[in-house]
Design a protein around this ligand. Structure first.
Ligand code: GDP
Ligand code: IMO
Ligand code: MG
Length: 429
C-alpha cells in the first residue's frame, strides 16, 4: 500500500474509523494529524464495538505504532479514560505502552479551555456552533495566539512556570471579564499539569525526529483524519466548523512529515449525509425519510450521543470536497442503509429560490444557504439486503447504478464500498 491519508469528506462520522482500521492492516505506522477527543470513531471487529476519540483507529493490531501527531490537541484525562475503556474491552495496558506514541508538540486542552467552550456556546444561544464542548476551539485559539501549553512543556517545570506567568494573567482576564468565569491560580494550573504529565509520560515520544525519519524512509504510513472536509476551518461551512484542518493538506503538517510523505487520499463518503451540531445542510430531510435514515443508520453521535441530522447525498459539496480535500479516491460507506428505500435521491445542483439561478459550484458563504434548494436526480432503490455481498459483482444492479452515478458526479474512482459496520463487510474494487 502507498502512504495513504483517510479523510472524512462530508460533515464527519462518515465511517472513517472503519476504513482506517481496514487499511491499517497494510500499514506499519498510523497517525492522527488533527483534532482531539471531539472525534468519535467506531471500529467493529467480530461483533465487538470499540469507540475511539483520540487514539488512532489502528490500535487494535499488534506491532503497529499509532501516533497522536503534533497537529492534535489532547485532554489528558479524556485520553486516560479512553485507554481505560479499551483496556476494559480486553486490550492490555502493556499494548498501549508498546504501540501508542504522542508528539511532544501536540497542544494540551486545559480545564479553562473546556470552561470557555461551554460558556461561549451557551452565550451564543440560537447562534451557537453546537460544538462537542471538548475545549477544542479554545485550545487551537491559544495555539495560534501563541499562548498554548504543549505536551513537552509538562516535562519542563521551569519553562512551564515562566510560560504560565505570561499565559495566566491574559487567560484570567479573559475568563473573568469576557466570560465571567472563575480564574485559575498558578498553583492550580501547575497541579493540573503535573497530573497530565503522569498520564502522558508512558507515551510521549521525545525521540520523534529520529523515529519519524526512519519511518518515512521505509515504512508504510496511514494518516487518519478526524471530522470532515465540510467541518474544515478553512473550507467547511464556516463558522459552523471545527478548529482544525481535516483535509488531506492538513496531514503533512499535523503528522510532522510534510506533503510528500503522502501518495493517496481516500475520501470517505456516507452513501447519504449526516451532520451533528448547527450549520447549513442543504439536503437535510426534516421529514419521515430523514427519520428513516436516522433509524436504520443508527445515526447518533459517538461522542455526545446527539441525534445526527440526516439527508440525501449532496454531489455539489462532494465535488467541492474532492477539490479542496485533495482526494484521489473514494470509499462509500453505509450503502446497506439504503437497502429499504424505494427511491434514492442525489442533489446534483442547487436552485436559488430568489433568483431562479442554478448553481453547480458550492456556495462558500453559508449565510446564503437558506436561499438554495437542492435539485435532485432520483434513482430506483434495490430493495434487498446487501450486507453479505463480498464482491462488486454480487451487488444488485440498482446499487451498481447508484455507485456509478456517484462516481460520475465526483469525477474520481470509488475503490472501497462498505456494506456493514464489520471489517468483513467491505468490498474492495
Ligand atoms: P467516523 O467518525 O467517521 O469514524 O464514523 P462514526 O464511527 O462516528 O460513525 C459511523 C457509524 O457507522 C459507526 O457506528 C460505524 O460502526 C457504522 N458503520 C461504518 N460503516 C458502516 C456500513 O457500511 N454500514 C453500516 N450499517 N454501518 C456502518
Ligand atoms: P468525527 O471524527 C461529527 C462538529 C460539532 C460541531 C463542530 C465544532 O467522529 O467525524 P468542535 O467540538 O470540534 O469545536 O465542534 O464540529 N464535530 C463533529 N461532527 N463528527 C466529528 O468527528 C465531529 N467533531 C466535531 O458537532 O458542529
Ligand atoms: Mg464519528
Amino acid at each position: 500500500m502507498k502512504n495513504t491519508v483517510v479523510v472524512g469528506a462530508q460533515f464527519g462520522d462518515e465511517g472513517k474509523a472503519k476504513i482506517t482500521d481496514l487499511l491499517a492492516q497494510k500499514a506499519d505506522f498510523i497517525t492522527r494529524f488533527q483534532g482531539g477527543s471531539n472525534a468519535g470513531h467506531t471500529v467493529v471487529v467480530d461483533n465487538k464495538k470499540y469507540a475511539f476519540h483520540l487514539i488512532p483507529s489502528g490500535i487494535l493490531y499488534q506491532n503497529k505504532i499509532c501516533m497522536i501527531g503534533s497537529g492534535c490537541v489532547i485532554k489528558p484525562d479524556d485520553l486516560n479514560k479512553e485507554i481505560n475503556d479499551i483496556v476494559d474491552k480486553g486490550i492490555s495496558l502493556e499494548h498501549f505502552k508498546q504501540c501508542l506514541r504522542i508528539s511532544p508538540l501536540a497542544h494540551i486542552t486545559m480545564k479553562y479551555h473546556c470552561d470557555i467552550d461551554g460558556y461561549s456556546e451557551s452565550e451564543l444561544g440560537k447562534n451557537k456552533i453546537g460544538t462537542t464542548k471538548k475545549g477544542i476551539g479554545p485550545t487551537y485559539t491559544d495555539k495560534y495566539a501563541r499562548i498554548g501549553i504543549r505536551v513537552e512543556d509538562l516535562f519542563d517545570i521551569e519553562t512551564l512556570s515562566k510560560k504560565l506567568d505570561i499565559i495566566l494573567p491574559k487567560k484570567n482576564k479573559e475568563l473573568e471579564f469576557v466570560y465571567h468565569l472563575k480564574p485559575y491560580s498558578k498553583e492550580e494550573v501547575l497541579l493540573e499539569c503535573a497530573q497530565y504529565k503522569k498520564i502522558l509520560e508512558p507515551y510521549v515520544d521525545f525521540n520523534w525526529q529520529e523515529n519519524l525519519s526512519k519511518i518515512k524512509k521505509d515504512k508504510t504510513i496511514l494518516f487518519e483524519g478526524a471530522q470532515g472536509v465540510m467541518l474544515d476551518v478553512d473550507f467547511g461551512t464556516y463558522p459552523f466548523v471545527t478548529s482544525s484542518n481535516p483535509i488531506a493538506g492538513g496531514a503533512g503538517v499535523g503528522a510532522s512529515m510534510g506533503p510528500f510523505a503522502i501518495s493517496e487520499a481516500v475520501g470517505v463518503f456516507k452513501a447519504y449525509m449526516t451532520r451533528v451540531g448547527e450549520g447549513a445542510f442543504i439536503t437535510e430531510l426534516l421529514d419521515e425519510t430523514g427519520e428513516k435514515l436516522r433509524e436504520i443508520g443508527a445515526e447518533f453521535g459517538v461522542t455526545t450521543g446527539r441525534p445526527r441530522r440526516c439527508g440525501w447525498f449532496d454531489a455539489i459539496s462532494a465535488r467541492y470536497a474532492v477539490l479542496v480535500g485533495g482526494l484521489t479516491t473514494v470509499a462509500i460507506t453505509k450503502l446497506d442503509v439504503l437497502d429499504k428505500f424505494d427511491k434514492i435521491k442525489i442533489a446534483t445542483a442547487y436552485k436559488n429560490k430568489k433568483t431562479g439561478e442554478i448553481v453547480k459550484n458550492y456556495p462558500t458563504n453559508v449565510y446564503t444557504h437558506t436561499d438554495y434548494e437542492p435539485i435532485y436526480e432520483t434513482l430506483d432503490g434495490w430493495g434487498e439486503d446487501i450486507t453479505q455481498c463480498k464482491t462488486y459483482s454480487e451487488l444488485p444492479v440498482n446499487a451498481k447504478k447508484y455507485l456509478s452515478k456517484l462516481e460520475e458526479l465526483l469525477g474520481i474512482k470509488i475503490s472501497i464500498i462498505s456494506v456493514g459496520p464489520d471489517r468483513e463487510q467491505t468490498i474492495f474494487i
